[in-house]
Write a protein that binds this ligand. Structure first.
Ligand code: IMP
Ligand code: MG
Length: 179
């Protein structure tokens, strides 16, 4: 375990098992229809990479980047698009892969924006959902794990851009951000 991690919440083995289940469920639900998996950079990139390999169906990938004004570990709800998707979503089944659904402010905005472009459908697959943290409504069809409302790192989740590469999800030791 990394010295800055207080405890491991979800192990690499648990992640692999759950993501495989999610992929199988998604493949069954879309019944062979082509799917555009979209992720919001950067945190969701790791989850997305594993998820698409678990979906046995025709899948394309696209990326967007947004910035939410606010401090490094609290979002403000004001979202600015830094990088839009490369391709159109009109008439397509879109699945947004998200690392963690926290306040929901970011995803609420992204879902609305994509819905306005006339896709065939828009659904959300969130690797983590923080319990009791949602302040904006987001319908999440696929959830990896429910987790406590603590500051987590690993499997894509960062603190000041670090720890994304940890293969497990852990609670960051407060000494790291309290100094
Ligand atoms: P929301 O708009 O509050 O739902 O924020 C979602 C985004 O905040 C996620 O995509 C993450 O980038 C970031 N985030 C929320 N909670 C955590 C955390 O515990 N660790 C690292 N990043 C987080
Ligand atoms: Mg982040």
């Amino acid at each position: 375990m990394h010295e800055d991690v207080q405890k491991v919440l979800i192990t690499r083995e648990q992640i692999a098992e759950r993501v495989a289940q999610m992929g199988a469920q998604i493949a069954a639900d879309y019944q062979g229809e082509p799917l555009l998996v979209v992720s919001v950079l950067k945190g969701a990139a790791i989850f997305m990479a594993d998820l698409v390999r678990a979906i046995d169906a025709p899948v394309e990938m696209d990326f967007m980047a947004v910035s939410s004004y606010g401090s490094s570990h609290e979002s403000s709800g004001v979202v600015r698009v830094i990088k839009d998707l490369n391709g159109p979503v009109e008439g397509r089944h879109v699945l947004i892969a998200e690392d963690v659904l926290d306040s929901g402010l970011t995803l609420n905005y992204v879902v609305k924006m994509l819905r306005s472009r006339n896709p065939k459908s828009v659904e959300v697959a969130a690797f983590l959902v923080k319990e009791g943290a949602q302040r904006a409504p987001v319908e999440c069809k696929y959830t990896g794990f429910a987790c406590p409302d603590e500051f987590l790192v690993g499997y894509g989740l960062d603190y000041a851009e670090r720890y994304r590469n940890l293969p497990y999800v852990g609670v960051l030791d407060p000494k790291v951000y309290l100094g």
